[in-house]
Design a protein. Sequence first.
Lengths: 155, 337
Amino acid sequence: MVQLKLTINGFGREVLVQAHETLLFTLRERLALTGTKPGCEQGACGSCTVLLDGRPVLACLTASVRCGGKDIVTIEGVEQNGELHPVQRQLVAKGAIQCGYCTPGIVMTALAFLRENRRPGENDIRAALAGNVCRCTGYAKIVEAVRAAAEEMAR
Amino acid sequence: MAVVRDIMAPFDLLQPSTAAEAQRLLARYGADAWVLAGGMDSFDWLKDRIKKPAVVVDLSGVTELRGIRPWNGGLEIGAMTTLAEVANHPGVQKNFSLLADAVRHVASPQIRNQATLGGNVSQDVRCWYYRAGWPCYRAAGETCFADTPVGRNREHAIFGADRCVAVHPSDSAPALIALGAQFVLRTASGERVIEAEDYFVGPNREITRINLLQPGDLLASIRIPSDFAGARFYFEKVRDRNVWDFPLLNVASAMRVSGGVIQSVRLAVNAAAPTPLRLRRVEAAVAGKPPDASTGAMAGELAVQGAVPLQFNAFKIPLMRNLVKRAIGGVEKAVWA
Ligand SMILES: Cc1cc2nc3c(=O)[nH]c(=O)nc-3n(C[C@@H](O)[C@@H](O)[C@H](O)COP(=O)(O)OP(=O)(O)OC[C@H]3O[C@@H](n4cnc5c(N)ncnc54)[C@H](O)[C@@H]3O)c2cc1C
Ligand code: FES
Ligand code: FES
């Protein structure tokens, strides 16, 4: 086992992990942060997306031991003081959540994207979210929600 | 369903901080060791427990293998540089947009944030039978499961098959070949610099290998010479879905045009054969000709000469003909009737 120190959602955490363990496993099974969803577990759905030093990555294809000293944000760290982030709020408002399984991953990807793109066009949003599968909504409402969130954040 | 794939078999993880130390470790463990770059190909093998290395040597702490620096008027890209870093680098975008374009076609945005350029050219083939651990030729077995009348071979080779019919899946490889890149290897006997196209090993040479790396070797960096800086480039990838999917075929060309004719050109395709293919005959045939539709058509015809389709992949022949045609002759403007 390896002793890891990392920052998760703004809090310093120490956790014992095995060398052959993914961040997805560490988050869910050791830290009880089950908001990050296992989908395909092979890099092809995006449901496990978290931010690693600000960039969206797939927790299912990230070795935990590589995350020592890094800053990780998961869906549990997105709301502030009980208040949803505009992306979350707009996903709800636009009806862009059905089963909700893809939603945590979508939120994490959108968050990183909107940080760097204040006035994104539809095509930019689609390209940014290309790595997140949703089996329910047909995407149109998700794209709408992200655009609405961008507008809300620009205000 | 409900197969838990996330649990890998245990291995010892070693995290060197210099390339020299990494090489020492790799030399010590030889065939028992696995090099881990971004892990986007590796974890698939390890999770499926098809490959069970005793030791994994993680290169993520080796900072000297990462980053993009000027080199002889061109660029040197450390093997551990991520595809996102390559795509977003101003020097790559300005002079070698062909490479930026190619790596942007890899997998998904999240994957490009972790996948490395070195890993992209070093990744293994994607034939389902082989990836699923079937005892095929490439896995040192005695048959090819894809090359049978009912084998699933729509994605497989139309050139260069030799017992194994799997294709090389990299999107960056043809762009690097077109740019005349050089690969810098660190081997037991020292540094070795080779042409991009010579890195790849087909089944006719050694069926269980995909590139020149021997156990203990590292790919350290990729150098892009200035020859085609700011030249006319073309990249196109055809795949089933616009994200994640590996190429059914891709094409990359770099050309210098002056006085209305092609002065010099390099052209490569991938996913057509077990290794990326540089199309030298086509390059020679189009040199000195105008880069127009008729030269393109001739190039396309020449490119597919000698292609041998399998049961389900004959579509790749017209596909390759058309991609090469466009790469040389340009793309006609769509006419809306
Ligand atoms: C869902 C999915 C979709 C994908 N789609 C595409 C696609 O469309 N196009 C495409 O080209 N690829 C695709 N890939 C493959 C993807 O794995 C590669 O693109 C990626 O670049 C591999 O890089 P890596 O750093 O993650 O490599 P790793 O997995 O870490 O390594 C790959 C192989 O190379 C070896 N290796 C890596 N670096 C070195 C080095 N410096 N020295 C010696 N050996 C080394 C490793 O030992 C391993 O065998 C996809 C992968 C997934 C999971
Ligand atoms: S669970 Fe990680 S990409 Fe699907
Ligand atoms: S809402 Fe069900 S997968 Fe997206």
